[in-house]
Design a protein around this ligand. Sequence first.
Ligand code: SF4
Ligand code: SF4
Ligand code: FES
Length: 260
Amino acid sequence: MTTYDARFRVWRGDAEGGDLRDFTVEVHDGEVVLDIVHRLQATQAPDLAVRWNCKAGKCGSCSAEINGRPRLMCMTRMSVFDRTETVTITPLRAFPVVRDLVTDVSFNYEKARSVPAFVPPAGLAPGEYRMQQVDVERSQEFRKCIECFLCQDTCHVVRDHEENKPAFAGPRFLMRVAELDMHPLDAAEETGLDRKRTAQEEHGLGYCNITKCCTEVCPEGIKITDNALIPLKERAVDRKYDPLVWLGTRIRRRSASDPR
Ligand code: SF4
Ligand code: SF4
Ligand code: FES
């Protein structure tokens, strides 16, 4: 086994402020950045705060920024860096710091709660649902999400614009709206819930200018922009400019204002 000493710069601090600290840590063959953070805790910085669980790219907890790029620490091999390079590890920039590499991601849980759940079709019990395989596969791609929030962190709409957060759900949750809107069995419309309208008016779909940065950082390889956000935009526009929908809205408005 070969080992070498690598230089790391790690952000240390809390909500009040902090700075980058330099460390030299031993690296072994085959290790990932999370191994190094653990060795740093074990040998030099026992109070370094870091969140992780599975070390297998499945729990979504070890998200951080490595050399400025949002990544999972457990899925980033040390071999991708030059041995002479200083590897800088900082907390996710779009969310408030709790301590060191741990951020408060509750913004994402609030947005998750703002998306109404699947509405089961009337008259069918679970087990009686039937879908085309193509529809199953579309949902399954989105269901691979591990909620690491790297896409949420990287999206420029909120990354440097805290003021946009109330109006923008972010790629992960717009993808959830898209998944439900494209679900052939979702009966939301029958209950008066127009997911296309809520995507625009409540979840800020219009803020997304399809830069695809979210797709680039997704560790599950989900094509967030191409398969969820762009189709959702197309569906929302189709709905807005559909002449039958337009006529229906006018008639509904007129009957609401005419008491006869
Ligand atoms: S494609 Fe849209 S949601 Fe994704 S990073 Fe760009 S602006 Fe944000
Ligand atoms: S869509 Fe991808 S990047 Fe976004 S939270 Fe899910 S797994 Fe993470
Ligand atoms: S520790 Fe679970 S995804 Fe990295």
